[in-house]
Ligand binder design. Structure first.
Ligand code: SF4
Length: 302
């Protein structure tokens, strides 16, 4: 699991799973968080450095290290998995320091960061991580509507989300956030879209990725749908939500994208500059209701 924009990065696992495993739509629901031994992390970094510099393979190191290392440009690292920021702070600092020493030309290190992870850290700790080049957090906001957040088990209220966003930004960390179209179902579609626009305005992040809810078999939300307790919105309703979010948010310098494979329609641009053009593109589809303009269900991805 990684953000699409990290395709150039080397993926370094520090954890597996997610410590906040209560989100009812997520395939990490119920998964146990596991943290990797620091020595093991260092061994992978050493193997990567030896391979990248001298083409030498060290024994006992998974083949994947070399496969990714072969085409890696040495500039970016993405820490895995669902919330690597949960890795104990002293060990996280040591791992980052080690990475920087082995790869002094690194430009940036990034990670998924749950709002809870960010709130757990104080300003000095976050700044210290930024100094070690951990400079991008990918954070799931999902919705600005407290009722939706509570219903899907996000584990934080909107106010806590806003605090987490402010804290990361004050530490100079770039924020890339996701919101999920359709997360409130038919019942809360309007509130979900309007409140999401509001929270994005308060966050004012550098990047927003809009995803569309995909019901994943085995998750509680999927079961709720099967039992008639959750009514998903239609593809055109997801476009209406997207329209509402873009129209009602006031962002000051944000790259907004719905290019993710889960979406029925892709639009992207800088906000506020491209707002009118993006809304016109969406409205053109909403006016015709021509489903051939939408991504077919069978090629939608997670
Ligand atoms: S915090 Fe994110 S990764 Fe963790 S369970 Fe929720 S949606 Fe999934």
């Amino acid at each position: 699991m990684r953000p699409p924009s990290e395709w150039r990065s080397y993926f370094l696992p520090l954890t597996s799973g997610c410590s906040n495993n209560t989100c009812t739509f997520c395939n990490y629901y119920g998964a146990k968080i596991q943290t990797r031994e620091l020595d093991d992390v260092k061994m992978e970094i050493d193997a990567l450095a030896t391979y990248v510099r001298r083409g030498i393979y060290l024994s006992g190191v998974p083949q994947i290290v070399y496969e990714i290392g072969r085409s890696w440009d040495g500039k970016r690292v993405f820490l895995q998995d669902g919330d690597a920021l949960i890795y104990p702070l002293s060990r996280l600092r040591e791992a980052l320091d080690y990475l920087n020493k082995r790869f002094p030309d690194l430009e940036r290190i990034s990670t998924y960061a749950t709002p809870q992870d960010i709130l757990r850290r104080d300003q000095n700790e976050l700044r210290g991580l930024k100094d070690l080049k951990l400079s991008i957090f990918y954070t799931g906001i999902e919705s600005g509507d407290d009722k939706v957040l509570q219903k899907v088990g996000k584990g934080v209220k909107r106010q806590e989300l806003v605090e987490a966003g402010k804290k990361a930004k004050e530490a100079g960390i770039t924020l890339s956030v996701t919101v999920i179209l359709g997360l409130g179902g038919v019942e809360r579609s309007k509130e979900h879209a309007l409140e999401t626009a509001k929270i994005l305005t308060e966050f004012d992040p550098h990047y927003v990725g809009a995803l569309t809810l995909t019901l994943v078999p085995g998750t509680p939300l999927y079961e709720q749908w099967k039992q008639g307790q959750f009514y998903p919105i239609s593809p055109f309703q997801s476009l209406e939500e997207l329209n509402t979010i873009i129209e009602n948010s006031n962002l000051t310098g944000c790259f907004f994208s719905s290019m993710h494979a889960s979406n029925y329609f892709s639009v992207r641009g800088m906000l506020p500059q491209d707002k009118e053009r993006m809304l016109t593109e969406i409205e053109a589809v909403l006016t015709t209701r021509d489903s051939s303009l939408l991504r077919p269900e069978f090629i939608r991805g997670l």
